[in-house]
Design a protein around this ligand. Structure first.
Ligand code: 8X3
Length: 258
């Protein structure tokens, strides 16, 4: 595959695990310099050490919570002199799978704050420089839950529908520029996602992927890299990606024995 990405700089939120971390790894392999953010500073430090040795690209890490506007503003101020060619708004989580009438409002707030507010804060802060330069590429990590709702997923699905709607409006608002904007909308990907959704209950998390072959973070990162690596006139607006065993958010074919 022709590599159009070497020497560019990518800012990736939620880069300490899962799709964010794999996207970082694959971009580093292609010679992309990285600015990685996440809440876990120890993991960021380890990733920086590991990747710097292997890939020889420039890597900077910033530990903060994208859900906090002031932290996002401070981060933006710290790297104001950097050219961000690629922004991957990946930070996000599911918290709980409870019916509306039973759900914990703190879970809802966590999802709204990170999945919606974090994504729109970072976009709002870094977009003006892209517009001034008339270049850049933004990929938002959405979900099948941005296309469909399912029981127990009310606010998670609402947050990903918000990502979907925001991404489409964003593209329109900067339609006069050369900036590309798209999203990736995965179905079941086996990462820390379900463990976090079920608050560390491993059996519940494992059951999500039982008897089927889920997607991996690597699968989704490959698609993100493919989207980023298209020629400048090609903008993939959305990639709805499912494991072959999953035909809709709640329709999963599982092996009979499990
Ligand atoms: C992750 C996929 O199906 O749990 O966004 O909503 S799902």
């Amino acid at each position: 595959m022709h590599n159009r990405l070497t020497g560019k700089t990518a800012l990736i939120t939620g880069a300490t695990s899962g799709i964010g971390l794999e996207s970082a790894r694959q971009l580093a392999e292609l010679g992309v310099n990285l600015i990685l953010t996440g809440r876990r500073s120890d993991r960021l430090e380890q990733i920086k050490t590991d990747f710097t040795g292997i890939y020889g690209v420039e890597i900077d890490t910033y530990a903060f919570d994208v859900a906090k506007l002031q932290a996002c503003e401070a981060f933006h101020g710290q790297i104001a002199d950097r050219t961000i060619d690629i922004l991957i708004n990946n930070a996000g989580l599911a918290s709980g799978l409870d019916r509306v009438q039973d759900a914990d409002i703190a879970d809802w707030e966590a999802m709204i704050d990170t999945n919606i507010k974090g994504l729109i804060y970072i976009t709002r802060l870094f977009l003006p420089a892209m517009i001034s330069r008339n270049s850049g590429h933004i990929i938002n990590v959405s979900s099948i839950a941005g296309h469909e709702s399912y029981p127990g997923g009310s606010v998670y699905c609402a947050s990903k529908h918000a990502v979907h709607a925001f991404t489409r409006s964003l593209k329109m608002d900067i339609g006069h520029t050369a900036i590309r904007v798209g999203m990736v909308s995965p179905g079941a990907v086996e990462t820390e996602f379900s463990l976090i959704r079920f608050k560390g209950q491993k059996e519940k998390a494992d059951a999500v992927y039982a008897g089927m072959t889920p997607l991996t973070a690597t699968d989704i990162a490959e698609i993100i890299v493919f989207m980023l690596n298209r020629p400048a006139h090609v903008n993939i607006m959305d990639s709805l990606v499912m494991p072959v065993a999953q035909s809709a958010a709640t329709m999963v074919h599982r092996d009979a024995e499990s």
